[in-house]
Design a binder for this molecule. Structure first.
Ligand code: HEM
Length: 233
């Protein structure tokens, strides 16, 4: 087993599985955050955040998400180091294909690093305050949950105040666009590592991957910009 995890194929398998797991998280995260676009009162978003904070399944998934990020970053770095070393040995090799592969791999790591830097700030701004330290802005509010008035954390107030600063909005747009570029390559590449590599599926997955990547990148950017421009009181 440990031999498999150390082999190139094992590393690529872990990269693709962790990557697809993170893709699932992104779909849920973007869906919940898109509620910010449709409700100025913030009640919808607060209800969703309350559900996420109290649902046992989501609570179990949170450490797994952390593990997913850890595995993805670790094996991404290992594979990049391995590719760079192979490039060193093959430096007399020529041909566009190798250069393209080398460029993509290098680019993926730099983009991954950019996303990681964004995530450190992002997790500090929200997750740490909502789960660990608290924040006066989170002081409780009341919403209607299935006809019952329920006291919940005011997550919306924290999000809204955070996006009142222009530098934050710029950071989120850059982080989201970096994420989109990372996904344009990462999405189909994950399926290719899992064996979906015949010509027809490769083309289809490339198209699906590019569409998905830009929906995610533009989606998060639009939420941040809309909060700044249209939702400040
Ligand atoms: C407009 C853009 C975004 C908004 C408003 C937003 C909002 C939030 C909020 C409120 C939390 C805390 C959730 C909680 O602890 O209950 C959170 C956590 C998190 N976000 Fe975002 N987010 C945005 C973009 C992103 C992007 C682009 C990524 C990925 C690259 C991302 C990854 C994460 C992660 C990993 C966590 C911690 C795990 C979790 O709490 O579920 N977010 N985000």
């Amino acid at each position: 087993m440990s031999n498999l995890l150390c082999s190139s194929i094992g590393k690529k398998l872990l990269m693709s599985l962790s990557g697809l797991f993170l893709v699932t998280f992104l779909v849920i995260h973007l869906t919940v955050n898109s509620l910010l676009l449709f409700d100025e009162s913030g009640d919808l978003f607060n209800a969703a955040a309350h559900f996420m904070a109290t649902n046992p399944l989501i609570r179990i998934m949170e450490p797994l998400l952390g593990l997913g990020f850890f595995v993805h970053i670790l094996y991404g770095s290992l594979l990049t180091a391995q590719n760079n070393k192979a490039r060193g040995n093959d430096k007399y090799d020529s041909g566009n294909k190798t250069k393209d592969v080398m460029w993509a791999s290098k680019n993926m790591w730099v983009l991954g690093l950019t996303i990681f830097a964004f995530l450190v700030v992002h997790v500090w701004q929200f997750w740490v305050k909502m789960r660990l330290t608290g924040d006066p802005l989170l002081d409780h509010t009341h919403i209607d949950v299935a006809g019952v008035e329920t006291q919940v954390e005011n997550s919306y107030a924290l999000v809204n105040a955070t996006f009142s600063q222009l530098w934050v909005v710029i950071l989120y747009v850059l982080g989201s666009l970096g994420l989109a570029l990372h996904l344009t390559h990462g999405f189909w590449s994950a399926f290719q590592s899992l064996g979906a590599s015949n010509n027809i599926w490769r083309k289809r997955l490339t198209v699906v991957g590019v569409i998905f990547a830009w929906v995610v990148g533009i989606g998060f950017s639009v939420i941040a910009i809309a909060q700044f421009l249209f939702f400040q009181s």
